[in-house]
Design a binder for this molecule. Structure first.
Ligand code: ATP
Length: 239
């Protein structure tokens, strides 16, 4: 397995027409570290992740993973550089089986022993997906679809996993399951970058957080210290 490397984002900006959604922000994700991006609705969190992945045009910005410059890399090629992405709203293929959805995550490689091993790993992480492997993804519950979306991103064997609001629409119990999974992935040495509205999941799964306000980084610090900060509490309580 390739080594996990530092992600460096510098001077990242996103404009939609005349509207500035992200204004020259910068942050790093150290190898094996888990970083959260928090902030009120419209603060620019999703745009930051999409711009990182190359899914929306950047008006400025440099992206590096280790000493590799990924600034010009197209969205579909990001996975080959070790960045996995779980978009907001899951986006599984409802008319395909659970297993076919997972295999789509491995599309860039020929099917080999490694693919089977990878599937086994994901089924070990999400036993419910193994039980439902032949079911259509569209027949799964919201929580199961979220697990499938995470599993599919893991099929790309990322070294950094980027997740946009994995808790959306899930019951507290299922949020707990997602937290358990993220903690296991961290133990395995994966780096995580997480946008999340759920305070318990954010502060439970990350060791460092960036607080966004109006497209800018308003604060950053350890998750432990930020979880006690009155301004951060306001962001969450204000939701
Ligand atoms: P949320 O939690 O609601 O998703 P967010 O922090 O992720 O919020 P973004 O979705 O990145 O914020 O939005 C940042 C700003 O950009 C907002 O003012 C939003 O209205 C605007 N915006 C987002 N997407 C578009 C778009 N496609 N076209 C125009 N404006 C957009």
């Amino acid at each position: 397995a390739e080594k996990v490397q530092r992600l460096t984002v510098e001077d990242l900006s996103v404009h939609y027409g005349g509207v500035c959604a992200v204004s020259s922000i910068g942050f790093t994700v150290e190898p094996g570290e888990s970083v959260g991006i928090i902030g009120a609705n419209g603060a620019g969190k999703t745009s930051t992740l999409k711009a990182l992945m190359g899914l929306v045009p950047r008006s400025s910005g440099r992206i590096r993973l280790g000493d590799r410059d990924l600034t010009g890399v197209k969205a579909r090629d990001m996975v080959r550089h070790g960045i996995g992405y779980v978009p907001e709203g899951r986006h599984v293929f409802p008319g395909l089986s659970v297993e076919k959805n997972l295999l789509l995550g491995a599309y860039s490689r020929p099917w080999d022993k490694e693919t089977d091993r990878q599937l086994d790993e994901i089924y070990a992480l999400f036993p419910v997906l193994r039980e439902m492997r032949e079911r259509l993804a569209g027949a799964l519950s919201g929580g199961q679809q979220q697990m499938l979306a995470i599993g599919r991103a893991l099929m790309t064997r990322p070294r950094l996993l980027v997740l946009d609001e994995p808790s959306m629409g899930l019951s507290p119990k299922l949020v707990g399951s997602i937290l358990d999974v993220l903690l296991r992935l961290r133990e395995d040495g994966l780096s995580l970058l997480l946008v999340e509205q759920n305070a318990k999941l954010t502060f439970g799964a990350t060791n460092h957080c960036v607080v966004m306000e109006n497209g800018e980084v308003a604060m950053s610090g350890t998750s432990a210290e930020l979880s006690h900060d009155p301004r951060v509490r306001e962001v969450y309580l204000g939701l």
